[in-house]
Design a protein. Structure first.
Length: 120
């Protein structure tokens, strides 16, 4: 079965992982420019990393903006190989069709298992 993913908004942590990501052998992964891909959202991450600054809302807002610029961009994820390409929303249908045509004859061979799960 071909696995083609289009990330349109937020893809954080475990939710990103299990939605046919490259980490779980997804075939083709696209993201829109508006997508955010990271371990967790900016607000939660900043509150954990910079918890000493929680009393200063201006500093937290600045750190949140820095985190968003540095980590949440789909272009960062593309550089790291987590997605194949950042695409425009208008080209989504064409890209999915092309990916499905590419994967039309996909065959997956799982490694041989020495032991099976026996009923206990």
């Amino acid at each position: 079965m071909p696995k083609v993913t289009v990330i349109t908004r937020k893809a954080f942590g475990g939710a990103y992982d299990v939605m046919a990501s490259k980490h779980l052998r997804g075939d083709v992964n696209y993201a829109w420019p508006s997508a955010q891909i990271a371990v967790m959202g900016a607000k939660g991450a900043v509150e954990i990393i910079f918890r000493a600054d929680l009393g200063d809302p201006e500093k937290i807002a600045q750190r949140t903006k820095e985190y968003e610029d540095r980590f949440l961009s789909p272009f960062v994820a593309a550089e790291r190989g987590y997605i194949d390409e950042v695409i425009t929303p208008r080209s989504t249908r064409k890209r999915i069709a092309r990916a499905l045509a590419l994967l039309r004859h996909k065959e997956l061979e799982n490694p041989w298992k020495k032991h099976d799960n026996i009923p206990l």
